[in-house]
Design a protein. Structure first.
Length: 178
């Protein structure tokens, strides 16, 4: 019997961009609103999740969006960037790597294996793209996400700043070799 969960590559259309704009803003807000000032959240969300911005990201050939769909409803997604420079200094010879820029799941589905299914599919995509590593940035205060990534074998590889509105935060860069 097949699973009702499907992990699909998003279509590069305006309709998908509108769906990603709403979903991305809503899930980001649900994840971080209690730990950030409302004005910083509003500024970041406006600058990151508009339909036009999502369409531009969808149309970037080095970007892949994975949609987690259950019974025709999208309940999570991942944004992947191929050939990411995250965590590489300019003096280093770059390895081909895939960055998981976003991985979000509806609150009701956290802990059900949905996030793990998205992660496995992202790692599969990295292998298909010929990448040598998968990298991501995670807020140092997001313990649940850090534990999740550790279960998949991600290890600390550096840090960088992440700005939400006017708040400068520290993200840990994690790396998993393939």
């Amino acid at each position: 019997m097949s699973s009702p969960l499907q992990i699909l590559v998003a279509k590069r259309t305006a309709a998908t961009a509108a769906q990603l704009a709403e979903l991305g803003q809503r899930l980001f807000h649900a994840t971080y609103a209690t730990q950030n000032r409302p004005e910083d959240m509003a500024a970041y969300e406006a600058a990151t999740f508009g339909p036009e911005l999502q369409l531009a990201e969808l149309q970037d050939p080095n970007t892949v969006f994975l949609l987690a769909q259950l019974v025709q409803q999208v309940v999570g997604y991942a944004k992947l960037n191929v050939d990411s420079r995250l965590g590489l200094d300019s003096a280093k010879t770059p390895e081909k790597r895939l960055e998981i820029e976003r991985l979000y799941v509806e609150e009701d589905w956290i802990g059900t294996g949905l996030g793990a299914a998205l992660m496995r599919r992202a790692i599969e995509e990295a292998r298909q793209q010929g990448c040598r590593a998968v990298v991501l940035g995670v807020w140092e205060k997001n313990e649940r996400a850090r534990e999740f990534y550790q279960r998949f074998g991600f290890k600390p590889a550096g840090e960088h700043t992440f700005i939400i509105g006017s708040d400068v935060q520290r993200d840990l860069i994690l790396r998993k070799g393939l």
